[in-house]
Write a protein that binds this ligand. Structure first.
Ligand code: ZN
Length: 337
């Protein structure tokens, strides 16, 4: 299960180089090793520069389909049964001039490929805070509506520099709420608790991406717990972006102790030098989580997914049968009896 990962931030370095070559884009590196060095985190503006340059390597619907298919391969190899992947369609429309219907069809072909591997991926189309452009955001909402009919698009998202603020988009999120379109919003990563409060108030988000700085405000913790707002935590990403100096200092343990709903995610795996499997390994080791806790965090992700009850029940069954721990085998035996 994964709820917070970016499609453009997941492109294999080999594929980034191939797309750059194919589309005549110049990157500061021409080898996989060079690319990894360039990915090394310096500061947030450098990260944005890397992200935009990599996004600009996508120039056609075929490029887009290729990266969705490779993403599906990587999720399937890690046995991630269900993923909600964030994708910035407005950036691809802007830089590559690919109209939404072509993007949608490429995403759809990629999703069908994922389904042929026995997994499912659905997309969260995000608004970029930095744009501060209501016209673009309104268009993104239109695309979300368009992609919802067959489940291709799961939700509306928002990401980017938190200091830019969210208020300008209020009418877009009010419209989404009125139509029952779910929202997952990045907040509480590069800015503090106040940004989470503002984002929740403006976007009516059902999930918060990161939210790790919620620990700065005891009242906010109570609000998150009482309202059952899940946090999509991406531990290595938070360390890479300097939110915490190391994993040991990450607020994950405290948020767990406070009873906030937590899920584990990978954000931009190759850019952060990680994978979802590696995130789980690091978190379990650092916070000494038991198998039972890992199971319960996995179930948090099922419960927090933008899926209907029937699909959630099917995923729970699938996970329960595949879960390696002896306790769970006993439980599923009991259930069968
Ligand atoms: Zn993110």
């Amino acid at each position: 299960m994964e709820l917070h990962v970016h499609l453009e931030g997941s492109i294999r370095p080999e594929t980034v180089l191939e797309l750059a070559k194919r589309n005549g884009k110049t990157l500061p590196a021409t080898t996989v090793e060079g690319l990894r060095d360039w990915y090394q985190f310096k500061d947030f503006p450098h990260f944005v520069e890397v992200y935009v340059a990599v996004s600009q390597c996508i120039q056609s619907a075929e490029d887009l389909e290729l990266i969705v298919r490779e993403f599906a391969d990587s999720q399937a190899a890690q046995n991630v049964l269900y993923t909600e992947v964030t994708y910035t369609a407005s950036t691809i429309a802007k830089y590559a001039g690919i109209p939404w219907p072509q993007q949608r069809d490429a995403l759809r072909r990629g999703r069908e490929y994922a389904q042929s591997l026995g997994i499912d991926i659905r997309f969260i189309l995000d608004i970029v805070r930095d744009d501060q452009d209501v016209a673009i955001a309104t268009e993104v909402l239109d695309w979300v509506r368009d992609g919802q009919s067959d489940g291709l698009v799961a939700a509306l998202g928002i990401a980017g520099m938190e200091t830019a603020g969210t208020a300008v988009y209020a009418e877009v999120f009010d419209a989404a709420q009125a139509e029952g379109i779910p929202v997952a919003a990045h907040a509480g990563e590069t800015a503090g608790a106040e940004s989470i409060r503002e984002t929740l108030a403006v976007t009516h988000a059902r999930r918060i991406g990161h939210g790790v700085r919620a620990v700065e405000d005891a009242h906010l913790i109570v609000q998150l717990r009482n309202d059952g707002i899940p946090l999509e935590i991406c531990p290595t990403s938070n360390v890479c972006l300097g939110v915490f100096p190391d994993l040991e200092s990450h607020s994950l343990g405290r948020l767990l102790d406070e009873g906030v709903v937590i899920t584990i995610n990978s954000d931009d795996p190759p850019m952060m030098g990680t994978t979802l499997t590696e995130e789980w390994r690091r978190v379990m080791e650092t916070f000494e989580l038991s198998e039972d806790m890992a199971y319960s965090l996995t179930m948090n992700a099922v419960n927090s997914a933008f899926l209907d009850l029937e699909k959630k029940a099917a995923l729970r069954d699938q996970i329960r049968t595949q879960w390696p721990s002896p306790e769970e085998e006993t439980e599923s035996d009991e259930e069968q009896n």
